[in-house]
Design a protein. Structure first.
Length: 190
C-alpha cells in the first residue's frame, strides 16, 4: 500500500504548442493529489496544456499501489497538436516495484531481528520488539484494529531505538511497514 509521488516535467524548446499528456495507471492502483487538475477515467489521467516557447510545466500526482508484491508500470504518452490533430511525440514508462506485501514485510522484519547476534540489553530490546510485532493483526478490518497495529509497530520501533548494534536495514523496513498500516487505516471506514 505504497503511495508514491510521480512527477512529469514537460519542456518546450520551440514555438508555442498544445500538448496532451495521457498517463495510464497499472491495474489495482489509483491516483490522488493530481496537479494541475486533469480529466480522469478508466485508469488514466489526461492533461491538456498550452506551452509558450521555452516554457516548462510540471505535472504530478500520487500513485496508490496495492498491498500486493510485484511490478507496477505507468505509461506516459505525450502528443502535440499539429493544426488540431494530435501526433505522438513519445511514450515513457516508469516501473515501481513492491518487493513485499505487508505480511511478507512483517515476516522479513521478524526474521531479520531473529538473525541478529545481540547480547544482554540489546537482546532484551530486540526480543521485546519481536513480541510487539507478533501482536500485529494482518487481518485488521477496522480503524481500531489498524490503530493497534500502528501502536505495536511504533512500540517495536521505540524498543529498537535502545539497541546499540547497527539495525538500520530493519528500521527502514519498519518505517515502510508503518507507512503501509497508516495508509490502510486512512482507507478504512470511520
Amino acid at each position: 500500500m505504497a503511495n508514491e509521488p510521480v512527477n512529469i516535467n514537460i519542456q518546450n524548446s520551440t514555438e508555442p504548442v498544445d500538448i496532451k499528456i495521457t498517463e495510464t495507471l497499472p491495474d489495482n492502483t489509483t491516483a490522488d493529489s493530481i496537479t494541475p487538475s486533469a480529466a480522469q477515467g478508466n485508469n488514466t489521467i489526461q492533461w491538456q496544456v498550452s506551452l509558450t516557447g521555452s516554457e516548462n510545466k510540471k505535472l504530478q500526482y500520487r500513485l496508490n499501489l496495492p498491498d500486493i508484491s510485484g511490478d507496477y508500470k505507468t505509461n506516459t504518452e505525450v502528443s502535440y497538436s499539429n493544426q488540431g490533430n494530435y501526433r505522438l511525440y513519445g511514450n515513457y514508462d516508469l516501473t515501481f516495484n513492491i518487493l513485499y506485501n505487508s505480511s511478507e514485510l512483517l515476516n522479513k522484519i521478524i526474521s531479520d531481528l531473529n538473525s541478529l547476534t545481540a547480547e544482554d540489553k540489546d537482546a532484551e530490546h530486540i526480543n521485546k520488539a519481536i513480541e510487539k510485532l507478533n501482536k500485529i493483526n494482518q487481518n485488521a478490518s477496522n480503524r481500531k484494529e489498524a490503530e493497534n497495529n500502528i501502536e505495536n509497530i511504533t512500540d517495536a520501533t521505540g524498543k529498537l531505538k535502545e539497541v546499540t548494534i547497527d539495525i538500520s536495514a530493519v528500521r527502514t523496513k519498519l518505517d515502510e511497514l508503518l507507512k503501509i498500516w497508516e495508509k490502510k487505516w486512512y482507507l478504512m471506514e470511520k
